[in-house]
Design a protein around this ligand. Sequence first.
Ligand SMILES: [Mg+2]
Length: 426
Amino acid sequence: MNRDEPLARHAVTMSADQDASGSAGGATAASARRIAHLDMDAFYASVELLRRPRLRGRPIVIAGRQPKVLRIDASMRGVVTTASYEARQFGVRSAMALAEVARRCPDCLVVPVDFDEYRRLSRMFKAVIRSFTAQVEDRGIDEVYIDLSDTPGIAEGRGRVLAQRLKDAIREATGLSCSIGLAPNKLIAKIASDLEKPDGLTVIEAGDIAQRLWPLAVRKINGVGPKADERLAALGVQTIGDLARQPLALLLEHFGNRYGHWLFEAARGIDERPVVTWSEPKSRSEETTFERRLHPQRDWRQIARVIASQAESVAQGLDRRQYLAGTVGVKVRFDDFRIVTRDVGMREPNADPVMFRRAAFEALARVPMDRPLRLLGVRASALEHAAQRLRTGGETATSAQAGGAPAGAAAPKAPPPIDDLFSPGE
Ligand SMILES: [Mg+2]
């Protein structure tokens, strides 16, 4: 960026979609794996209490966009995003209507949602985890799976020592507590992290399954939703142990091939899913917010310079990571906060700065420039990995090999099964 540009903020974003899936973390035998599920305790509420210590000990819910903390009142609209543990003692839960909260807990305070702050703390606690190992699968803003199988220290105290060290490091860096479940796989680890919340540390090994899992309600299995729960109840299945006693044939008969098999294995604590450590990005973008309004005609040269620079920079960023884009677009925010975007499809997916600049100008020409503007951005989407394209025989009309290893060397593996693939079977 040129230094004379009146930039207030400049943002580069590579956004990914977890469901796009990625490479397998560990191909070791299930019995040898040590998988942790780490879940932050009442995350949004805990972050708010961190910076509002005077609210500690009081029941609070995170909800709404109002400018300040309010006392609950039956006329409030909206639903609870997160409830503090104090509020949960009154039966207040996530997704509960505020009017209902007012009935159950008249002293509850309503704290506005601030996702920027939650994302900031989320990045912080995940950075702590990544200082232990790179084998981390992001499962959202407040939870991750971690493959600790090869992390030094995992053998001590059945893994408790290492897990406690993780918890301590996160608390030291963020002031927040979390709960960890440590188990041979993701399925059991997820159940385990919930057993001693908040500030829990639960280790379950293969030999503990009958004793620790079977007494639990079948709903505790991530993937058994309300509908499946209802149908299992009709068969007399209440606990995971009840489920483990059902013959496979009966489960197949009632739940179909895929889900029936999955239930049969889940009850026995069998789950071979790997920890997926990366996901395919969906888009890459750059945005610049201006301190003063830019006039569409008088400031045209500056607008053109910014768009050109952003387009080139987005292309170079993709090129370095060996991605190609099928679509390039622009985003304009006017001084009345109206946002207009326009996309242009590329003839061939590429990461060529010249092509990107051309496409961005083409897109910009389609934006009705009838007001001063405050923000300009360029976004590339419909991304694909350069190696993928080589493999499928597509042409790479790009300089994709310019920065780094030969594109063919990084051919991604076939995606592993995706998490949460069981719910459609219900
Ligand atoms: Mg949580």
